[in-house]
Write a protein that binds this ligand. Structure first.
Ligand SMILES: CCCCCCCCCCCCCCCC(=O)SCCNC(=O)CCNC(=O)[C@H](O)C(C)(C)COP(=O)(O)OP(=O)(O)OC[C@H]1O[C@@H](n2cnc3c(N)ncnc32)[C@H](O)[C@@H]1OP(=O)(O)O
Length: 160
């Protein structure tokens, strides 16, 4: 699982108990899940369909830095299933888990539309695909693509 996004818990994120408000955390997760699905499915239109049981394992406090981890667990015809883990960046203590979030690819009328993805792709895969598309249109591969590949790849080479 990649933990790409970090959040710093600020006063406006707290509930009256002084811990991170659960609704705020769920909003961050929904946004992160939508971005993940948009990138993985190669579409700009997705909606959240389903969230399984949400397990608030421990709380976060003002000043904590938390990180959001998401990975795809299944690709359907129109949907993608994700699992989520939130943890404290410093202590690695687990804060929340969601076994399954389902997002659906939709058309302009918000009706489910099939995507053609069957597995997780990484930034390198997508540049390769983009280069192949450029080749098939008989266009030279832009030098920019090579530069972006180098800039966009993480140390582990597993950017999603
Ligand atoms: C790079 C460029 C950047 C550009 C960037 C700009 C754009 C940036 C856009 C951002 C977008 C953000 C989005 C944020 C996230 C919201 O805030 S979304 C708002 C909250 N969600 C909603 O309003 C959705 C409301 N629900 C619906 O509209 C309809 O239920 C849906 C989702 C269209 C599905 O309709 P349906 O009739 O249930 O469809 P159906 O064909 O039965 O099922 C579709 C799929 O869902 C699955 N499914 C259905 N029910 C369930 C269930 N209960 N459990 C699990 N799976 C289910 C089915 O199995 C099926 O999957 P596949 O087998 O095809 O893979």
């Amino acid at each position: 699982m990649n933990f790409h996004t970090r959040k710093w818990v600020k006063p406006e994120d707290l509930n009256p108990n002084g811990t991170l408000f659960g609704g705020r955390l769920l909003a961050w997760i929904d946004e992160e899940a939508a971005i993940y699905a948009i990138v993985q499915l190669g579409t700009s239109r997705v909606v959240t369909k389903f969230m399984s049981e949400i397990n608030f394992v421990s709380s976060a406090r003002q000043g904590d830095i938390i990180e959001l981890g998401i990975t795809a667990s299944a690709f359907g015809r129109t949907s993608i299933s994700l699992c989520v883990e939130i943890r404290n960046k410093i202590t690695r203590e687990r804060i929340l888990t969601i076994d399954r979030i389902v997002l659906v690819s939709v058309d302009a009328d918000f009706k489910p539309v099939p995507h053609d993805r069957t597995r997780i792709t990484y930034i390198e895969d997508r540049f390769r695909e983009q280069s192949a598309n450029n080749d098939s249109q008989d266009e030279p591969i832009p030098q920019k693509a090579t530069r972006r590949r180098a800039e966009g790849t993480s140390a582990t080479g597993t950017d999603t």
